[in-house]
Design a protein around this ligand. Structure first.
Ligand code: NOJ
Length: 561
């Protein structure tokens, strides 16, 4: 059986619509703005676009709280604007992937507004309701049905006075979890997905899909430093694969789609099922191992640790080799939930920003899997120099850092530095198109601060400059499109213990490719294995040949034989 699929040689470009391009001066990105910029993405060479949510939403979590899955958020435009965007994208050869956020809805969704009216409302069982703990009064501390914490801080349960029960929300209290054990919920979700696919969209990125099946009896989990058990209690629950197979049978198998499941906490054996090459569930997953190697044991993500190369490589190697022959991998450094890659894994000083951004691109794009580029990554956009907590819009970093300060886990004086390193808002500052006021993003007041470095770092400066990060990314994408070896070759990590060099070999039949990357700001010893010595330099970020015996600061290259 030929298991090669078109999405294995695709490169996906992620748009965070709120921050991409405003067209009407309200300071918020929108669909006509995206339509205007589609040629920019086609020019880069990406062929699939993942749109973060554009549905109706009260925006408690910037669109990841959906109040109507079949309506467009008015700030982003109308359904006609969407149709125009979709058809323009298709004309340019770009596919459109929607964000499917169905672990939870908004509390302003009609289903939840009905559900909270009474215990016998027909929509009550669309959500997860429980009585207060036996012998306790609803709303008093400790009366929550179990010890689960919300990802955005505090308990995962909210007491509803009117009906005297708690509802579950693994995210904010305005994001009640849907009850996937109810077949009516699955029917609703599947028919909504079918509606979008019939409209012509090309697939879905499925938000926290690994959390949709909750463990039987909702037992307490192991509490972390915050006193609450994390969402991990819910990862890959008992009916997860059953529900995804049902989704595949009833919806996905009827269309030619690309699907990626966001799967926090996914073990390898489970990922092999989620993204199995037999095509019975999804095409690929986002795992998070390489996104958490620097997390602090006490406060998790919102601490002050820096990246160390050996654990980062171990995490990547685990997935490159562990999925081989079973399932397809996805590759990413960046997205709307992560700090900017060049600031986190590279070096965003003026001296090394471009070099290290290209080094990171080389390292990621020549591995096995479908690469994802997050808007602005192709320009080497950086984290933002936040000056006050009041500038932060992101509910996750704001809540967690404030709660950790209150608990004495984090010093107040470290709060801004933590935001500069880790806040999701680093990724969400508006796209930097040019050096005019507001970076060409809007003519109004931008909804979130613009990174002041837009004057130097912007698309206009990069698109036509041969040695820019953008041109380098477009070359990496072109190479993938032309090479079976890059798409399908096996992966082997070299020197896993090195604290400085990230190197690997790809092999497809008699062809081989070596990729070598220096993750430091100083020269490091590295020699090409003998068999590569007469090889062809495919790409390199210094723009000249391979130096014998060493890699220069943040140097990266690939040599093929
Ligand atoms: C994961 C999304 O990527 C993130 O932005 C969101 O806050 C949560 N899921 C909740 O939907």
């Amino acid at each position: 059986m030929d298991r090669k699929k078109w999405w294995q040689s695709s490169v996906v470009y992620q748009i965070y619509p709120r921050s991409f391009q405003d067209s009407n001066g309200d300071g918020i990105g929108d669909l006509p703005g995206i339509t205007r910029r589609l040629p920019y993405i086609a020019g880069l060479g990406a062929d699939v676009i993942w749109l973060s949510p554009i549905y109706a939403s009260p925006n408690d979590d910037n669109g990841y709280d959906i109040s109507d899955y079949q309506k467009i958020m008015p700030e982003f435009g109308t359904m006609e604007d969407f149709d125009e965007m979709l058809s323009t994208a298709h004309k340019l050869g770009l596919k459109i992937v929607m964000d499917l956020v169905v672990n939870h809805s908004s509390d302003e969704h009609r289903w939840f507004r009905e559900a909270r009216k009474s215990r016998d409302n027909p929509y009550r069982d669309y959500y997860i309701w429980r009585d207060p703990k036996a012998g306790m009064t609803g709303g008093e501390p400790g009366a929550e049905p179990n010890n689960w914490g919300s990802c955005f801080g505090g308990s995962a349960w909210e007491y509803d006075e009117q009906t005297g029960q708690y509802y579950l929300h693994l995210f904010s209290k305005k994001q009640p979890d849907l009850n996937w054990d109810n077949p009516r919920v699955r029917d609703e979700v599947f028919s909504m997905m079918t509606w979008w696919l019939e409209k012509g969209v090309d697939g879905f990125r499925m938000d926290v899909i690994s959390l949709i099946s909750k463990p039987e009896g909702l037992p307490d989990g192991v509490p972390s430093g915050t006193g609450y058990a994390s969402w991990e209690s819910c990862a890959t629950g008992p009916h997860l694969h059953e529900y995804l197979r049902e989704m595949n049978r009833r919806v996905l198998s009827k269309f030619d789609t690309i699907t990626v499941g966001e799967c926090p906490g996914v073990p390898m054996e489970e990922a092999r099922k989620y993204a199995s090459l037999d095509g019975t569930e999804l095409n690929m997953v986002f795992q998070f191992d390489h996104m958490s190697t620097e997390y602090d044991p006490k406060v998790g993500r919102y601490g002050m640790n820096s990246i160390k190369l050996p654990p980062l490589k171990a995490a990547i190697n685990k997935w490159e080799t562990g999925l081989e022959g079973y399932a397809w991998n996805s590759l990413y450094w960046d997205n709307h939930d992560q700090p900017r890659a060049v600031s986190r894994f590279g070096n965003d000083s003026p001296e090394y920003r471009e070099l290290s951004a290209k080094m990171l691109g080389t390292c990621l794009h020549l591995m096995k899997g479908t690469p994802y580029v997050y808007q602005g990554e192709e320009l080497g956009m950086t984290n933002c120099p936040w000056e006050s907590l009041d500038e932060i819009n992101d509910i996750e970093s704001a809540n967690n850092v404030r709660q950790n300060i209150a608990k004495g886990l984090v010093k107040e004086t470290d709060a801004i530095e933590i935001m500069r390193r880790q806040s999701r808002d680093n990724a969400r500052t508006p796209m930097q198109w040019d050096d005019s006021a507001c970076a060409g993003f809007t003519t109004g007041k931008p909804w979130l601060r613009i990174n002041p470095n837009y004057v130097e770092i912007n698309a206009e400066n990069e698109v036509n400059r041969k040695d820019s990060v953008y041109s380098y990314y477009s070359e990496l994408i072109r190479l993938r499109k032309e090479s079976e070896l890059i798409v399908h070759g096996d992966f082997e990590m070299l020197c896993p213990e090195s604290k400085e060099v990230f190197a690997y070999v790809r092999t497809l039949e008699e062809k081989k490719l070596i990729v070598a990357c220096n993750f430091t700001d100083h020269p490091v010893a590295f020699s090409l294995p003998q068999e590569f010595e007469d090889g062809r330099l495919l790409i390199g970020n210094y723009g000249d040949g391979v130096q014998s015996g060493s890699l220069r600061p943040y140097e990266a290259y690939a040599v093929e034989i």
